[in-house]
Write a protein that binds this ligand. Structure first.
Ligand SMILES: Nc1nc2c(c(=O)[nH]1)N[C@H]1C(S)=C(S)[C@@H](COP(=O)(O)O)O[C@H]1N2
Ligand SMILES: [Mo]
Length: 572
């Protein structure tokens, strides 16, 4: 097949795939956004790829890892689609089989997502059906190129110039005989311009339009290109429109309508000076918007608070189910708690502090009477993600909450609306289940939560850490006093002291700002008399049990990074 021919074929394949994926989106408005093929397959990939690869992706793309996944998936799909187009010119059935295979993958992915039902197959089925129709339109249907230039004759069914692709009533190609093999058995003769294909060959391709392409009936070429343009546009509008509609069908309106009751136990006031108000230091209370977000959800679960239920079951005396209204009717407490992600590197920013409103988990657990041997509470979210929390941590008197509010608002949708868990002192992956719908009392010996078989520790107490927020490496510093400051955390133990040193010298006491409780981070500062040259600043914290952060560096897996944060700066 010639390069030109291949390009048309690839365009046909890509158009078919775009229609398949684009039109599946509005269908998924009815069946739920997680049934859309791109999202369903992406979800399977997220759950299936080895941890090392995922960490690699997070290292490269950071929190844009989800968008990166969708883009890479799109590019891969485009490549396969082009291939299917090329195959379809040789034999339509091959191209259709390719689309069917991808449709089947979409169906399988959608049906195996947690909580899926039979209707979730629909977007992929409709998409694949329309994709197949589009491919046929271009290869053998009304948008067919006439003739497909230089398609090699297939041994099974030789196509002569006047064969099946010549349509009655259509204009006859201008020079039908020229590049067409004299006899079907001979290999096609390709014009030499086609051989010099490559980045430098653009002019040749343009020149080719007076050569090879002139052998395609111009009318049919116009139909082909117009058809693919219109269909690509339809796919784009359908895809974006579908996503937009799905968003409107989301729960943001229901969330806006909620008025949260006042807590019977309000959070302690933030003491004056807890926030040093330094430009580069993370604010003591993170905004809902600025709060880090980590989860495995490719589309944010939309959970209707009216139909939401929490079932507490498993190794319990009495199983119970609570509605959202049940929770709001109970005495609510409000607490500042600093959440941290186990994937936070030393010096990283996957940590945030917020004022959470909710029901003490201890009270709910008391009501179901857990068995004495139920040492693990598995939180399960609406999308099937699980975390395993030590039952003891939920009943030992700390402010472990089933949270409905964040900084005075209902939980933001991406932070778990309508209800999530918040447990002081434990990394998010073992405690902070968002969109939680189930708590199961079980035993660590009996069940591994989501991240455990993926190489992370079943137990995830937060490690004592400290971070230098100012100065930063690129700051222009001048000789004289420089404020070195940052945050330190050891949730539920508390921070006793923070020390700073310069160029490996003596450790110096930093000043600790006041804090609300042992469950939040604390800001610290130290006045440095900076001297000219390059300097290395280091920080370490000691928690209230007297334990000082280890210098030994450990990566985030399996249970949290260790080591001292350092920043190298230049002073003039
Ligand atoms: N349903 C669900 N809840 C989840 C997760 C998830 O992937 N799915 N990730 C956990 C992890 S690893 C962390 S660190 C916290 C982050 O909470 P945030 O996104 O509100 O900051 O949520 C936890 N809860
Ligand atoms: Mo996390």
């Amino acid at each position: 097949m010639s390069t030109t021919s291949r390009r048309y074929a690839a365009l046909a394949g890509v158009t078919a795939a775009a229609v398949a994926i684009g039109i599946a989106e509005p269908v998924a408005v009815l069946t739920g956004p997680r049934s859309a093929p791109l999202v369903a397959v992406g979800g399977v990939v997220v759950d299936a790829v080895p941890e090392s690869l995922k960490q690699f992706a997070i290292d490269i793309f950071g929190t844009a890892d989800k968008i990166a996944l969708l883009v890479i998936t799109g590019l891969l799909l485009g490549g396969f689609a082009a291939l299917f187009g090329v195959l379809a010119v040789r034999r339509l059935a091959l191209g259709l089989a390719g689309i069917a295979a991808f449709g089947a993958i979409g169906v399988a992915a959608a049906l195996t997502r947690p909580g899926a039902d039979a209707a979730d197959a629909l977007p992929s089925l409709v998409g694949a059906g329309l994709g197949a129709l589009v491919l046929w339109l271009f290869i053998e249907g009304p948008f067919e190129l006439d003739p497909w230039p230089w398609s090699p004759p297939t041994p099974i069914a030789p196509v002569s110039p006047a064969g099946p692709s010549a349509r009655e009533g259509l204009p006859v190609p201008v020079t039908p005989a020229a590049p067409v093999p004299v006899t079907p058995a001979q290999p096609p003769v390709e014009p030499s311009v086609e051989r010099s294909d490559g980045p430098a060959a653009e002019p040749a391709v343009v020149a080719g339009s007076s050569g090879p392409s002139s052998d395609v009936d111009p009318e049919s070429r116009r139909r082909f290109l117009t058809g693919s343009g219109v269909l690509l546009g339809t796919a784009l509008v359908g895809g974006l429109g579908g996503r937009w509609l799905a968003g409107r069908r989301g729960v943001s309106a229901a969330r806006d309508a909620i008025r949260l009751p006042a807590p019977v136990a309000p959070a302690p006031a933030v003491p004056a000076g807890a926030d040093l108000s330094l430009a580069q230091v993370a604010p003591y209370v993170s905004s809902n918007f600025g709060f880090y977000r980590i989860d495995t959800a490719l589309v944010v679960p939309q959970v209707d608070p009216d139909t939401w239920r929490l079932r507490i079951h498993g190794r319990v005396g009495t199983e119970r189910t609570y509605s959202y209204a049940d929770l709001l009717a109970r005495p609510l407490v409000e607490r500042y708690v600093t959440l941290a992600c186990v994937s936070n590197e030393v010096g990283g920013d996957l940590i945030g502090n917020a004022r959470w409103l909710g029901v003490p988990l201890r009270e709910l657990l008391d009501e179901v009477e857990p068995d004495a041997d139920a040492d693990q509470v598995v939180g399960r979210s609406v999308d099937g993600w699980t975390c395993g929390t030590p039952t003891a941590a939920l009943r030992d008197g700390r402010d472990a909450l089933l949270a409905v509010g964040m900084n005075g608002e209902p939980l933001p949708v991406e932070h778990g609306f309508p209800v999530r868990m918040v447990v002081p002192g434990l990394y998010g992956y073992v405690s902070a289940c968002k969109w939680v719908t189930e708590l199961e009392l079980t035993r660590f010996a009996d069940f591994d939560a989501y991240w455990v078989p993926r190489g992370w520790s079943a137990q995830g107490p937060i490690k004592t850490q400290s971070r230098i927020d100012t100065p930063r490496r690129r700051n222009r510093l001048t000789t004289g006093p420089v404020t070195v400051a940052g945050v330190a955390w050891a949730q539920h133990r508390g921070i006793r002291q923070v020390e700073v040193r310069v160029d490996g010298g003596e450790w110096q006491q930093a000043e600790l700002a006041p804090t609300v409780s042992v469950d939040t981070w604390v800001q610290w500062s130290w006045r440095w008399d900076a001297t000219p040259g390059e300097h290395r600043l280091q920080v370490r914290a000691t928690d209230a049990t007297g334990e000082t952060q280890t210098e030994r560096t450990q990566s985030v897996a399996p249970d949290g990074a260790t080591g001292w944060h350092s920043v190298t700066v230049t002073v003039r």
